[in-house]
Design a protein around this ligand. Structure first.
Ligand code: SF4
Length: 278
């Protein structure tokens, strides 16, 4: 928790204000991110900012936070990204609830490993597939993560004018198809392309009993389908973990009734091998 004091304020008064705010927030089950106390002359103003319920996953060009693989340029990149975090949190304070709930594993802003270009990534919580060697096993538990209102996600997408696409990953996005369709419509209305990573195969999606699955599928540009298969995992596969997974051009596939693979604008061999496989 950060405490900022503007002007001269008696230590005793500042301590009391902070203690009161802590008590109020704790009673509401909320966490405080920052308290700003300002001496306005005749009175003291106190502003308290709630900690965002959305877990932020930091992943930049294949490097994961909290590992020892950072180097100086990447740390500099990370410091720059603090600006975007603050923008998202500020936007979140203005979000209006939609009543549509989404269980989130986390959000990543400005990823280059989850599809082409610079992308914001929504990692959902809950996955029934449980692939051995999964890149994100803490996303399996349907009761884990954080439940948020869809509005909390919409306000931060896109996170910057440089973003060209949004990716849904997980967890299993199609287990929360109705809520994600709201996010997808928001992204498409802003001209962003949409990629979805799913453990279901294309054929399983087409046969799925939940009608929201087809609605969400129809909003996607590319679906990366199929479970992660450790025996078929290669680090040089662009945008996927194992060779059985397909990058499917959704519009062409739905139009023709056959699976049509997505063709990158640049030759596949020029796309760096950045999909992380543990
Ligand atoms: S589908 Fe994806 S998130 Fe689910 S277990 Fe397999 S690799 Fe992990």
């Amino acid at each position: 928790m950060q405490i900022i004091v503007n002007g001269v304020i008696e230590q005793e008064l500042a301590d009391r204000l902070v203690a009161e705010e802590k008590e109020t927030f704790a009673r509401q089950g909320k966490k405080i991110a920052k308290i700003v106390i300002t001496n306005l002359g005749d009175e003291v103003e106190i502003k308290t900012y709630e900690e965002s319920p959305i877990r932020r996953i930091r992943r930049i060009t294949g490097y994961l936070a909290e590992t020892d693989r950072w180097n100086a340029p990447k740390l500099a990149e990370l410091r720059d990204r603090v600006v975007h975090t603050n923008l998202a949190v500020r936007g979140r304070l203005a979000a209006r609830e939609t009543g549509v709930k989404l269980r989130l594993n986390g959000l990543t802003y400005e990823s280059v490993v989850d599809g082409p270009g610079l992308r914001d990534v929504v990692f959902v919580q809950g996955c029934p597939h449980r692939c051995p060697g999964c890149h994100n096993p803490d996303s399996w538990d349907f009761g884990g993560g954080t439940e948020v209102d869809v509005a909390d996600v919409l306000v931060s997408l896109p996170s910057s004018p440089l973003i060209t696409g949004v990716t849904f990953s997980g967890g299993e996005p199609f287990c929360q198809a109705a809520a994600l369709a709201e996010v997808a419509r928001h992204a498409k209305a802003r001209g962003l392309n949409l990629w979805i990573y799913t453990g279901y195969t294309w054929e399983e999606l087409l046969d799925h009993p939940d009608p929201a699955v087809l609605r969400l599928l129809a909003l996607a540009d590319v679906v990366v389908d199929g479970r992660f298969v450790q025996e078929e995992a290669y680090l040089d596969l662009p945008f996927r973990g194992s060779a059985n997974q397909r990058l499917i051009d959704v519009r062409e596939s739905l139009n023709t009734g056959n699976v049509v693979l997505w063709e990158p604008a640049v030759p596949a061999e020029n796309i760096p091998p950045v999909k992380i496989v543990r």
